[in-house]
Design a protein around this ligand. Structure first.
Ligand SMILES: NC(=O)c1ccc[n+]([C@@H]2O[C@H](COP(=O)([O-])OP(=O)(O)OC[C@H]3O[C@@H](n4cnc5c(N)ncnc54)[C@H](OP(=O)(O)O)[C@@H]3O)[C@@H](O)[C@H]2O)c1
Length: 280
């Protein structure tokens, strides 16, 4: 049997780590796409792309820092072209809802001639436990712009389940899945659920969006990051992405994980700090 390798970009990240785990457990040969891997991959150094793609037949593509940033489209298009020229037969792209730059990347992928699956995801549950919201939650105060619309957070385990299948079977060939959780929640509701489950006081503080930007500047957050966050908050979270979709059900034949389920699973890891179950 021919040996085949699957490249997983962002292999240490929220989705890539889970995709790599699923593939490895199923016995597939995985090449981790990481700046520190034995064969390094760096979006900012295109010379690393060719070696990372060598002898690869399928790849999971997550762009950094965000598929919505200006310039992402040109970069991923160049990567898709190189992947096709290198003999890659299947590309699975992690995309974002309601982002013109991301939708441009999806079209570029569909135009390559390589088999594709597109996972157009809403905001991840795991942003609250493995990413930028974790520190404020641990500090007990989450400050956010008051303008943010309810979001149907999706679970990265659902995304990884679909990605792993799409990389190893034809089932999801040429399918674009719009992926959300089963219900839209406000950020206040999401934080309140975590506070309730952890039995910790976590304040949710909505502020005018201009004040939010000023606060990031005052905290010396890098300008690039401020621009990205303000872009995401001003577009992706303006209400356009509030409607729930059936993408997870369509792809996996089962309902999407609920936020409540995510909170219970994450609570058990201890990442949110103290959770004192009642004494028996
Ligand atoms: N977060 C969301 O709610 C959300 C929603 C929809 C879509 N998305 C999309 O998801 C993508 C992010 O995926 P993710 O959340 O799974 O990833 P993630 O958790 O943000 O992954 C971070 C990984 O990216 C790697 N990385 C950082 N800079 C890199 C570079 N210059 N070149 C190569 N790798 C780099 C890092 O690995 P090393 O340090 O090992 O290199 C790190 O482990 C973005 O394109 C975003 O648009 C996110």
């Amino acid at each position: 049997m021919a040996t085949t390798t699957i490249l997983v970009l962002g292999a240490g990240g929220k989705t890539g780590r889970r995709v790599a785990q699923r593939l490895t457990q199923a016995g597939h040969s995985v090449r981790p796409g990481s700046r520190t891997a034995p064969v390094p991959f760096d979006w900012e150094r295109p010379t690393t792309w060719g070696p990372a793609l060598r002898d690869v037949h399928a790849a999971y593509v997550t762009f950094q820092p965000d598929i919505a940033v200006p310039g992402a489209l040109q970069t991923v298009r160049a990567f898709f072209d190189l992947a096709r020229a290198s003999g890659v037969e299947k590309l699975v792209l992690l995309s974002g809802r309601g982002e013109p730059e991301a939708q441009g990347a999806e079209q570029a992928l569909q135009a390559t001639g390589v088999d594709w699956t597109i996972l157009r995801a809403s905001w991840f549950n795991q942003n609250l436990s493995e990413s930028f919201f974790l520190d404020p939650i641990l500090a007990g105060e989450v400050v956010l712009p008051e303008t943010l619309a309810p979001e149907p957070f999706v679970d990265v385990d659902d995304i990884a389940d679909i990605a792993a299948e799409a990389l190893t079977a034809d089932t999801h060939s040429r399918q674009l899945y719009e992926l959300t959780g089963p219900r839209a929640l406000t950020f206040a509701e999401a934080i309140a659920q975590i506070a309730h489950a952890t039995r910790r006081a976590i304040a949710f503080v909505p502020v005018p969006i201009a004040d939010y930007r000023s606060e990031l500047v005052r905290q010396h957050v890098p300008q690039e990051y401020i621009d990205l966050v303000m872009y995401l908050f001003g577009t992706v979270l303006d209400g356009r992405n509030t409607p729930v979709t059936d993408g997870v059900q369509r792809a996996l034949g089962r309902p999407a994980c609920s936020f409540e389920d995510y909170v219970q699973r994450t609570l058990a890891t201890g990442v949110w700090g103290r959770h004192a179950p009642s004494a028996r």
